[in-house]
Write a protein that binds this ligand. Structure first.
Ligand code: URA
Length: 440
């Protein structure tokens, strides 16, 4: 089969056959197709798209490029959740323990931070001793003990995606519905879930900048899920401002503890409980409750201490140091610089991708794969969109790890850039609803 012919076919908007797509994925996985040819085909896909059949074949071939996770040891239907990424997204550490209170089993294979977005694995690794590389042989024991496993994706889970993703990252080919949908769904299919809620984030801090694009991605993933026999629901959530009150690893885990002890931010509670409600329905654990009743029940369990007890179980079962007062952290945050409002007004918008990048610059993420993280670094948000501030009120603060020296110039440089991310209005601004739509 000539790979050049395949590139040309897609370049002139042709349809690739199933055989051609499988040949492509095999060549990506075994390294027989060089990066420059893979990149050329990726660009042709970005420009000309794929139809549903091509996208589904691509997804299934990617899912089968490595080992599929066998979850047959779970008595109940295991559920899964995936977010397309954001800033301040601490949904997973709250969702798993909440679902466990309903007897719902979750085997969550998560990733690290990517670009300006944070990653669940990095957040859990801010807890001393927490093991994020759980061998698959330990899954059944952990599921028996706590109903939850939180582990890093292994290299043999959809390895074709790893090759494609790292090439897409450096060839301007990330932003493509068929490529994003196949990347996410191949990992979910290989991960073995039978019911899935996808949190498609939308706004300046997300890959999908508009609701129309988010919906297009949602529809593509729902259609792949249907063909793959996975019950799939999509929640489109707002990422036009950071979620909750913090971004950064220890900061977000501290916010998780605040939420579990009844002091959480309303937007975090709403996103977690909406996703939980959909998963509870998919898992058939609704006990005859209607949507509102399930939601209210979730809020109660999340904030009253019930989910806290299962969070403590999750953390300690994977070696993390934790007591009722909270986890011990690898590094605590030091609030180094508070940034105040330049004038009176309403917060109109926050450029969330830029804020995420500034958090990375402070040390909360990696600019390159080999960078080390400062778990204490990040940003606390004191004013969100719609809030009224007076000149001098604290808008947000910059943090770094207590044991780390950070040059003042860096902090002041970040502060200047933070100001560029905020827009103010003299007239009242509506608060943003963190949930835009639910689609199934
Ligand atoms: N998340 C993924 O796993 N893949 C993408 O392509 C985009 C977001």
């Amino acid at each position: 089969m000539s790979f050049v012919n395949m590139i040309e076919k897609k370049r002139y908007n042709g349809e690739l056959t199933d055989e051609e797509i499988r040949f492509f994925v095999k060549g990506v996985t075994d390294g027989s197709i060089p990066d420059y040819q893979i990149s050329a085909l990726l660009m042709a896909i970005v420009l000309n798209g794929m139809n549903d059949r091509e996208m589904t074949t691509l997804t299934l071939a990617m899912a089968d490029s490595g080992e599929r996770q066998d979850l047959s040891f779970c008595d109940d239907m295991p559920v899964d959740k995936h977010s397309t990424g954001g800033v301040g997204d601490k949904v997973t550490p709250l969702l798993l323990p909440l679902l466990a209170t309903y007897g719902i089993t979750s085997v969550k294979l998560s990733g690290r931070g990517l670009g300006f977005t944070g990653g669940t694995i990095d957040k859990f690794e801010s807890i001393k001793g927490f093991n994020t590389s759980v061998p698959a042989d330990d899954f059944p024991r952990l599921i028996r003990e706590t109903g939850m496993v939180l582990s890093a994706q292994t290299p043999d889970l959809a390895p074709a995606d790893k090759v494609l993703y790292s090439l897409r990252d450096v060839t301007g080919t990330v932003d493509s519905i068929p490529l994003i949908a196949s990347s996410i769904m191949s990992k979910k299919i290989a991960g073995g879930a039978k019911a899935l809620v996808l949190d498609v984030t939308c706004g300046s801090g997300a890959f999908m900048k508009t609701v129309d694009r988010a919906e297009e991605l949602a529809r593509a993933m729902i259609s792949i899920g249907k063909l793959a026999g996975i019950k799939t629901v999509v929640v489109i959530s707002d990422m036009d401002q950071p979620l909750g009150r913090t971004c950064g690893n220890t900061l977000e885990m501290q916010e998780v503890m605040e939420t579990l002890t009844g002091k959480g931010a309303p937007d975090v509670i709403k996103v977690v409980c909406t996703i939980a409600r959909e998963l509870i329905k998919l898992a058939g654990k609704d006990n005859g409750m209607d949507d509102n009743e399930i939601y209210d029940d979730c809020v109660k369990r999340l904030t009253s201490g019930e989910a806290l007890a299962s969070f403590i179980k999750l953390v300690s079962s994977q070696g993390g140091e934790i007591t009722m007062a909270g986890p011990s952290y690898v590094e605590l945050p030091h609030e180094a610089l508070r940034i105040s409002a330049p004038s009176d007004g309403y917060v109109k918008s926050i450029r969330t991708d830029a804020i995420g990048s500034l958090s990375v610059l402070l040390g909360a993420g990696r600019a390159t794969k080999t960078d080390t993280i400062d778990y204490g670094a990040g940003i606390c948000f004191y004013a969100k969109v719609g809030d009224h501030v007076k000149r001098g009120d604290v808008l947000c603060s910059l943090c770094h790890g207590v044991s780390r020296e950070v040059p003042e110039e860096l902090l002041f440089d970040v502060m200047e850039k933070v100001y560029e991310c905020y827009e103010f209005s003299d007239t009242p601004v509506e608060e943003r609803d963190p949930i835009i739509k639910v689609l199934d």
